[in-house]
Design a protein around this ligand. Structure first.
Ligand code: GBH
Length: 493
C-alpha cells in the first residue's frame, strides 16, 4: 500500500540514540552453536544433523561445513572480551544439544560439554554480559534423527524435555533468559519440505512440515512446563520461543490482497502463537490444511496455553503480499495462495538489497511487525532476538574494504530507530540482539555471506576485526552519539 511508505518518515530526521530506549532495555549480539563453535569431534560431542547434512557437499553452496566454523569453542574468552569492550550487555548463544547429550537419549550427560558452557557463561557474567541461551538452534543430535525420525516422531518431545531439564539444572543458576527453539518454521518448511536445511527430508512434503512444527510446539510446551514446575520458583528466569517473521504488507487495497496478507502472517506467526495465546492453530490453517494439520488434543492445548514468558522475534526483511491462485513451491506455499513481491505497486523496489537474495532493507517493517505482535497477542514481552544484514564474501577484496561496512551501519540505525518507534507506539520490547556478532557459517550459503559486526579473516587464522558497524554500535551503546547527554562518565569511557 502506497501509504506504508510514510511509516519510514516519522522520526527519520533524528538519529537514534540509546536514550531513546527505556531503562533496562538490553542490547546484545547473537550467534548459534553450529555457526560459530566448530570443534565437531571435541569434548565428547556427538554428531548433529547439520554435521551429517554438510557431508553431502552439494548441500552447501561453497561445499563447506561447520567443523571448525569460527572456532568459538576455543576462542570464547577472546570473543567475550571483545563483546565487553564494545559495550554489549547481553549475548544470545545456543547450546549444542549433542554436546550435552551426544546421542540425544539423555541417559549420559557429557561433563565436558557442560564444562564448556559453564566456562562461557562464567566468562560472560564476569564481564557483566547477560547470557541468553537458546536450547535448539537447528543442531539436532543425529542419532535422534537416524533412529526415530527426529522432529517427525512424537517421542522427540520427551527427549527435548530431558535435554531442557539438564540445561536448566546445570546453567539455570546463572542463565535467566531461555529460548526453547529458534525458528521452528525454518526446521519445518526448509528441513522437512523444501529440503535446503538439515535434515533435508523431502518425503511427504504436504504432511511432514506440519508434523515437524507440531512436535516442536509440543516440545516447547514440555520444556516450558519443566521450567515452571521445577525451576521457576528458585531460579526466577523467563522462557520464550523465537519465531522468524518477515513483515507482510498488502500489495494493494484489494480485499483479496488484504486477506492474503493476513493469511501469510497466520501461516508464519499464528502457526506458533495462536496455539499458545488462543488455544488452537489459526482457523485459516485448519480450514485450508484439513487433515494434513495435526490436531491439538485437550491435553496439548492445556500445556500450550500461555506457555511463553516472552516472544522472541527474528526479523530481517519485508515483502508485499498479493493473492494468487496457483503459486509455485511446496504445499506450504501453494496452500497460502499468495505471492511475495519486492516492489511497490509503482514498480519501485521495497528497499535496498543486502547480499542474500531474500534480504531487502526495509526498516519500517520491523515497527509494523512489533506492533502487529503487540496488538494481536495481548502485548507480550518481546525481544528482537535477531536483526541484521549480510555482505557478499566474494565482493570483498581488502581488509579495509571489509571493515568499512557503511551499509550495515545504515541498516542498524534505521532498524533500531524503528524499534524505538514501536516502543513509543506501545509494544513491550525489552531487548534487541544484532545478528551476528561474528561472520560465520551461514547454513546452506556456507561462508559466502557475512552477517558479522566483526569480520573473521578465514584466510588468516580466523582473526577477528571489528567492522565500522561494531564501532558505531559501541558509540551508540556508550551514549557518545547523544548530543545532549550529560552523563560525562559515559562520555569519558
Ligand atoms: C536466521 O533465520 C537464522 O536464525 C540464523 O541462524 C541465520 O544465520 C540468519 O537468519 C541469517 O540468515 O526460505 O528460501 O528464503 C532467518 C530466516 C530462513 C531467512 C532461511 C532466509 C533463506 C531461504 N531465514 N531463508 S528461503
Amino acid at each position: 500500500m502506497a501509504n506504508a511508505k510514510n511509516g519510514s518518515c516519522d522520526g527519520a530526521l533524528k538519529e537514534v540514540r540509546r536514550s531513546d530506549f527505556p531503562e533496562g532495555f538490553v542490547f546484545g549480539v547473537a550467534t548459534s552453536a553450529y555457526q560459530v563453535e566448530g570443534a565437531r569431534r571435541e569434548g565428547g560431542k556427538g554428531d548433529s544433523i547439520w554435521d551429517v547434512f554438510c557431508e553431502k557437499k552439494e548441500n552447501i553452496m561453497d561445499r563447506s561445513n561447520g567443523e571448525i566454523a569460527v572456532d568459538q569453542y576455543h576462542r570464547y574468552k577472546e570473543d567475550v572480551e571483545l563483546m565487553a569492550k564494545l559495550g554489549f550487555g547481553a549475548y544470545r548463544f545456543s547450546i549444542s544439544w549433542p554436546r550435552i547429550f551426544p546421542d540425544g537419549l539423555g541417559t549420559k550427560i557429557s561433563a565436558e560439554g557442560v564444562a564448556y558452557y559453564n566456562n562461557l557463561i562464567d566468562s560472560l557474567l564476569e564481564k557483566g554480559i547477560q547470557p541468553y541461551a537458546t536450547l535448539y538452534h537447528w543442531d539436532l543430535p543425529y542419532n535422534l534423527h537416524n533412529s526415530m525420525g527426529g522432529w517427525l516422531s512424537e517421542k522427540i518431545v520427551e527427549y527435548f524435555a530431558l535435554y531442557a531439564e539438564a540445561c536448566f539444572a546445570n546453567f539455570g543458576d546463572r542463565v535467566k533468559h531461555w529460548i526453547t527453539i529458534n525458528e521452528p518454521l525454518q526446521t519445518a518448511v526448509n528441513g522437512y519440505g523444501v529440503g535446503i536445511f538439515a535434515p533435508g527430508v523431502r518425503e511427504d512434503t504436504s504432511i511432514e512440515p506440519y508434523l515437524a512444527a507440531h512436535h516442536q510446539l509440543l516440545a516447547h510446551a514440555a520444556a516450558y512446563a519443566v521450567y515452571k514446575e521445577k525451576f521457576k520458583a528458585t531460579q526466577g528466569g523467563d522462557v520464550g520461543l523465537v519465531l522468524d517473521c518477515e513483515w507482510a504488507e498488502a500489495f494493494s487495497d484489494k480485499e483479496e490482497d488484504k486477506i492474503a496478507t493476513e493469511r501469510r502472517l497466520d501461516f508464519q506467526l499464528g502457526w506458533y502463537l495462536d496455539p499458545i495465546f488462543y488455544g488452537d492453530y489459526p482457523a485459516v490453517m485448519r480450514q485450508r490444511l484439513g487433515d494434513k494439520l495435526p490436531k491439538l488434543s485437550e491435553k496439548d492445548k492445556e500445556l500450550l496455553s500461555n506457555a511463553i514468558d516472552f516472544v522472541g522475534l527474528n526479523h530481517y526483511t519485508s515483502r508485499f503480499i498479493s493473492h494468487v491462485q496457483k503459486p509455485r513451491g511446496i504445499h506450504f506455499y501453494q496452500v497460502q495462495e499468495m505471492e511475495r513481491i519486492a516492489k511497490w505497486n509503482n514498480g519501485e523496489v521495497i528497499g535496498d538489497k543486502a547480499a542474500s537474495e531474500w534480504l531487502y532493507i526495509v526498516p519500517w517493517g520491523i515497527r509494523r511487525t512489533l506492533n502487529y505482535i503487540a496488538t494481536r497477542y495481548r502485548n507480550p514481552k518481546i525481544y528482537v532476538t535477531e536483526n541484521g544484514m549480510d555482505e557478499e564474501d566474494s565482493e570483498i577484496s581488502t581488509l579495509s574494504e571489509a571493515l568499512n561496512d557503511i551499509k550495515r551501519v545504515g541498516y542498524f540505525k534505521g532498524y533500531i530507530a524503528a524499534v524505538a518507534q514501536a516502543i513509543r507506539d506501545g509494544a513491550d520490547v525489552r531487548g534487541y540482539f544484532a545478528w551476528s556478532f561474528l561472520d560465520n557459517f551461514e547454513w546452506a550459503q556456507g561462508y559466502t555471506k557475512r552477517f558479522g559486526l566483526v569480520y573473521v579473516d578465514y584466510k588468516n587464522g580466523l582473526t577477528r576485526h571489528p567492522k565500522a558497524s561494531a564501532l558505531w554500535f559501541s558509540r551508540f551503546l556508550k551514549g557518545e552519539d547523544d548530543e545532549d547527554n550529560n552523563n560525562t562518565e559515559i562520555n569519558k569511557g
